[in-house]
Write a protein of this length. Sequence first.
Length: 257
Amino acid sequence: MNTPELCFGNVQHSRLRPARNSFNYGVYFLRLPLRSMQEVPLKTGLLSHNRFNLLSFHGKDHGDGVSAPLLWIEKLLKSEGIHDADGEIWLQTFPRVLGYVFNPVSFWFCHTQGGALRAVLCEVSNTFGERHCYLLDKSTAINNSDELVARKVFHVSPFCEVTGSYRFQFKRTQQPDGSERTLARIDHHDASGPLLLTNISGVAHELSDRIIAQALLRYPFMTFAVIARIHWQALKLFFKRVPFFSKPAEPLKESSK
């Protein structure tokens, strides 16, 4: 039986052109085993499921906003012809803090019963209140590597055109103390090559009130800071005269897997 986790880590982001801009922020995030949580619900005093608390996880913040997350992802996988992701499904996401959250990207790691990673769903949100999902089928990895690719079809930043592709890599490594470190890398390439290099990494701890208290003390208003930092970085790009691109009237259609 898998147990929910809270990870302490960092978000790193580097723009390479036409003006360089980088940042590295400390964060924490949840990793929730959705199948295991069907049998053993969250049991913490400081974090609640579908109700207000200091930290909380709400199913309506993900998927279609209506269905239970596990039911929604199972239906989506089957509709895309992925029938063997019948093991654990881990949702990696920011929690609500005092009822507020903005998740630039959440990851659904879908495994086989044998524990192998079968597919990853990247759930991307923009500041216009829109959400788009990129489904990454592990069977389509480039040259049998661990790199997965999806064409960019969703408007996220007004300082990037909706063109090019994303290149994804996901890694889990054991630390000397027995803990696990997770890394999710998303690089945006356009016709001229790499444009944005982004990753979120963290060391996992079993979820407990003690760990939650540490997170709240270290980053007391983290999710409020996420949206504030997005606008701060946008202001920096504006003053660096990075070209501005309006939101397309119609979204692009994603090519089939």
